[in-house]
Design a protein around this ligand. Structure first.
Ligand code: DQA
Length: 151
């Protein structure tokens, strides 16, 4: 079967992983996280491309350019809770998206419980640390099998 091509999008402040609120987000850096995602993707027969930005508009521009890929994993960071523009960009490109979070957004402050993004995603995975990305990737690849009738 054709290799799936998946974008992994990290939103604001995720470049600070390993230094930022380590009690919540852990000590793994973004480079280390990306390399573990890449390893898991290769084992599952998929190619991944990574993007991180702290700017809402930059993330939106990037998403507009990935309509030719098979899907995306996205951790929108704090834009999860605020960005209708990001939600509209995901809806516009029509490729399936999975929303992921390192922390459990439902067990933290009230304002983190709402996601603008989840309604335009296949699903949301939250609270498993770096494994949220892996679970999201495997879930997305399984979803794509179903979408192509290969399951
Ligand atoms: C986060 C959760 C968000 O609420 C927060 O703003 C982040 C990280 C997570 O991965 O747990 O920046 O998306």
């Amino acid at each position: 079967m054709k290799k799936r091509r998946i974008a992994v999008v990290h939103g604001p402040n995720l470049n600070m992983l390993g230094k930022r609120e380590v009690g919540i987000y852990g000590r793994l850096t973004l480079d280390e996280l990306n390399s573990s995602i890449k390893t898991e993707a290769a084992a599952a027969g998929a190619d991944v491309e990574f993007f991180q930005s702290n700017g809402e508009g930059e993330i939106i521009d990037y998403i507009h350019g990935i309509g030719h890929l098979d899907g995306m994993i996205i951790n929108p960071g704090a834009y999860t809770h605020t960005s209708i523009a990001l939600r509209d960009a995901i809806a516009a490109v029509k490729i399936p998206a999975v929303e992921v979070h390192l922390s459990n957004i439902h067990s933290r402050e009230e304002f983190r419980r709402q996601s603008m993004i989840a309604p335009v995603c296949v699903g949301q995975i939250s609270g498993f640390g770096p494994y949220s990305y892996i679970a999201g990737l495997l879930g997305l690849l399984d979803f794509l099998k179903g979408a192509s009738g290969a399951k």
